[in-house]
Design a protein around this ligand. Structure first.
Ligand code: ATP
Ligand code: MG
Length: 357
């Protein structure tokens, strides 16, 4: 049956990088992958068109698609909008929530050709290959009650609720254990069980799941130590599983170990394997429209789409190999260029990946 893909280019560099990623999808289609690609505006582009960041008809298309490819949303033009509920970013949050995309996969992989791009010593990061599995639809970012108020004596206070129920923990736990089974068979669960009750439950549930995955070695780490270890000796990690907020912070730290924001893809999946795939970086308005943007994070997001939503692991591997090949050819967009490499534009990078595919 034909798989349906919805491409949402968005704002800033979103359209340029999504174009290159769609060319790769089209190449897969030419090789027999049975897909149908449709495009729709989202974020600021949609605000300009209809006044809201996510149109109801686009949400419906997203719900019925097998996978969504997202560029990036937002930019200075919309940052000053008084109504926060209509900002470009709200369109993404709505998509995650409506599609129940609870499982966020964020690989931090350092290509051997880019070791020099990292800010850490080669012996610390060379060979780095971590997968962070972050819970994306619960935890303190969504817990109720929440608010900002003022006491009778005039003191202002704010509060949020860090809450997870066992079902939410179990389902993200399963994603992480299965991921570890397919990789290096090591899973580190990150919590703050010495201080926060909710994460004692988190730790209990992970321990309860462990016997179902006897080939996976489970360990636990407090988040403060995990942050330190990520910088000190990141190669000790294979798969990390953690909640929404800790995952947000740790995945950004892990991303910077690779030194190249333009290289990092991500996937957000629901229970049916439906997913949204997008680069980790933002819409980079400072370089939009100049051919400077690195399209590889978005192209690698297509590889994640093939692997995790479309069940096409072989084709995913071919894309990843093609990316490795263009790096071997010393081709670099500006963000990853250094002496001795050849700087190319966004589109030339897309051309090179297609040639190597
Ligand atoms: P957001 O709030 O959407 O995360 P941001 O301003 O925090 O946006 P980015 O939009 O990711 O972050 O941009 C951060 C910096 O990285 C900018 O200088 C931008 O030009 C650069 N950058 C981001 N993505 C790319 C890319 N694909 N290729 C080259 N440079 C990039
Ligand atoms: Mg940012």
């Amino acid at each position: 049956m034909t798989k349906r893909i919805l491409a949402l280019p968005g704002d800033g560099i979103g359209p340029e990088i999504t174009r290159q990623a769609c060319r790769v999808l089209e190449a897969c289609r030419d090789e027999g992958l049975d897909i149908d690609i449709e495009e729709a505006p989202v974020g600021g582009a949609e605000i300009d068109r209809s006044g809201v960041p996510l149109a109801p008809e686009t949400l419906e298309k997203a719900k019925s698609a097998d996978a969504i490819l997202l560029g990036a949303v937002g930019g200075p033009k919309w940052d000053t909008m008084p109504d926060i509920s209509k900002r470009p970013e709200k369109g993404l949050l709505a998509l995650r929530k409506e599609l129940n995309l609870f499982g966020n996969l964020r690989p931090a992989l350092l290509y051997p050709q880019l070791v020099e791009a990292s800010s850490l010593k080669p012996e610390v990061v060379s060979g780095l290959d971590i997968m962070i599995v972050r819970e994306l639809t619960g935890g303190i970012y969504f817990g109720q009650p929440r608010g900002r108020e003022t006491r009778e004596d005039g003191t202002r206070y704010g509060y949020n609720t860090y809450i997870y129920d066992e079902h939410e923990i179990r389902r993200i736990g399963r994603v992480a254990f299965e991921m570890a089974q397919k990789r290096g068979k090591k899973l580190c669960s990150v919590d703050k069980a010495n201080v926060l009750e909710v994460t004692i439950l988190w730790r209990d549930i992970m321990n309860e799941l462990a016997p179902e995955y006897p080939d996976v070695e489970l360990s636990h780490m407090y988040v403060d130590n995990a942050a330190m270890q990520l910088v000190r000796a990141p190669k000790q990690f294979d798969v990390i599983v953690t909640g929404n907020m800790f995952g947000d912070i740790l995945s950004d730290a892990a991303a910077m170990l690779t030194g190249s924001i333009g290289m990092l893809p991500s996937a957000s999946l629901n229970e049916h394997g439906q997913g949204m795939f997008e680069p980790c970086h933002g819409s980079a308005p400072d370089i939009a429209g100049q051919g400077l943007a690195n399209p590889l994070a978005t192209i690698l997001s297509v590889a994640m789409m093939l692997r995790y939503s479309l069940n096409e692991a072989d084709m995913a591997a071919r894309i990843e190999q093609a990316v490795g090949a263009v790096l071997d050819q010393n081709l670099r967009t500006a963000d990853i260029a250094y002496t001795g490499t050849r700087q190319v534009t966004t589109e030339e990078m897309g051309d090179a990946v297609l040639t190597a595919f």
